[in-house]
Design a protein around this ligand. Structure first.
Ligand SMILES: Cc1ncc(COP(=O)(O)O)c(C=O)c1O
Length: 392
């Protein structure tokens, strides 16, 4: 079914105020998401925080079901956390590495993940192996397989990086990981909400994501998926009285579900907002969302190719809704600020956000735009016109 863009925009209050083309940063929330958050805050104000959570217990429980549906998992395989980094780190720091164990990662790996890898090199003596990219710029699958050693203890890759349109072959990586029986941690932060995600089809053991980007949820939300059969085998890096129960002076038992990676206190209003954002995306349809957002991104790339001095910096064969580019003579940070003053929100991505890829391609800070399905061709044209006018 074609998307009803008029209806979708009527339910997106932000579109009246800004031409927002930065879903890869933090997308515009739909009104029902905002309403759910505000309603719960008001309920807390009227009833008290604990009492409001009790009153909304069913709705809060349903958030796990909705997030699980979004990624093709079971509710017991989902932990709700405050962002994608917290989700990724909860599982990464739980990995019981031995000195000399190796972790395979990709050139497009997100900087925070890479910093965590570096910390465990320093602290635990692990070794990082960066899989090179193929001619198209995506992770080289043959190289990945050839780099696996008996000491490879984890494959940790980013599906869709923060700095451009690349889409790494997540499911093909999963096949290799499963064939060699190596745990597979997928950073799906930029994928969730812009395209269908199915953990079974991907074959990942762990998946981390955020709420505020393409999923259109509130800031301060994220989640972690953990394959059911592995939950009981992994001790979280921190435990509290929610994750564990004291049995004796020396013994405790951990929760049997993925929530052993959570802790007790949480932003329930935001969780409800995340649940509404998830259902909203599911109701619209992820294939439809992907097709529209990627189509608008292609329009933008085509327009950029016609601008003097513009270079589209995206790599990979079938790029996502994240468009990265530079324009000769234009400072990216100043350009983004100038555009915002004209009511157009795009962003920048510095080499520090994706260090291996940026170094390999000698990337400067790039301009970054990410249309979502609620954007229009007119908004893309407005951005292109504003850029053209800014070119010296
Ligand atoms: C690919 C990727 N992974 C992880 C993150 C971190 O997400 P969060 O800020 O929700 O922790 C980002 C944020 O931009 C990202 O783009």
């Amino acid at each position: 079914m074609p998307l009803n863009i008029a209806e979708i925009r009527a339910e997106t209050p932000g579109v009246k105020h800004v031409n927002h083309l930065l879903a890869c940063g933090s997308a515009l929330q739909p009104q029902p998401v905002i309403d759910a958050i505000v309603a719960h805050l008001e309920l807390e104000g009227r009833m008290g925080g604990y009492e409001a959570a009790n009153a909304q217990a069913d709705a809060l429980d349903a958030v796990y079901r909705d997030v699980a549906t979004l990624v093709g998992a079971k509710p017991s395989e989902i932990a709700l956390l405050e962002n994608a980094t917290a989700a990724w780190c909860q599982i990464f720091y739980a990995m019981p590495f031995q000195r000399g164990d190796r972790v395979l990662t990709c050139e497009a790996e997100y900087s925070s993940n890479y910093l965590a890898l570096m910390q465990r090199v320093k602290r635990d003596g692990i070794v990082i192996d960066v899989v090179p990219s193929d001619a198209s710029g995506s992770l080289d699958l043959a190289a990945l397989e050839s780099m696996i050693t008996p000491r490879t203890a984890l494959i940790a890759v980013t599906w869709v990086p923060t700095n451009g349109g690349l889409v790494n072959p997540a499911a093909e990586i999963g096949k290799i990981a499963n064939r060699h029986n190596i745990p597979y941690l997928l950073d799906a932060c930029q994928a969730v909400g812009q395209m269908p995600v199915d953990v079974a089809a991907i074959g990942c053991d762990f998946l981390s994501a955020t709420g505020r980007k393409f999923l259109r949820g509130p800031r301060g939300t994220g989640f972690l998926y953990i394959r059911r059969s592995l939950i009981a085998t992994i001790e979280p890096p921190m435990v509290d009285l929610f994750a564990a129960q004291r049995v004796s002076d020396t013994e405790y038992t951990l929760r049997p579900d993925a929530r052993r990676f959570e802790n007790w206190e949480n932003a329930y209003a935001l969780r409800l907002g995340l649940g509404v954002a998830t259902r909203y995306a599911l109701d619209i349809g992820l294939p439809e969302i992907q097709s529209r957002a990627w189509g608008l991104a292609d329009e933008l790339r085509a327009g950029l190719r016609g601008l003097k001095g513009a270079k589209v910096r995206d790599i990979g064969e079938n790029p996502s809704a994240i468009v990265s580019f530079t324009i000769d003579g234009l400072d990216p940070v100043k350009t983004a600020a100038k555009l915002y003053a004209q009511g157009i929100a795009i962003g920048t991505s510095s080499p520090a956000s994706t260090p291996i890829d940026a170094e390999r391609r000698a990337l400067p800070t790039v301009l970054r735009a990410a249309p979502h399905y609620y954007n229009t061709s007119e908004e893309i044209a407005q951005l292109l016109n504003a850029l053209e006018a800014a070119i010296p």
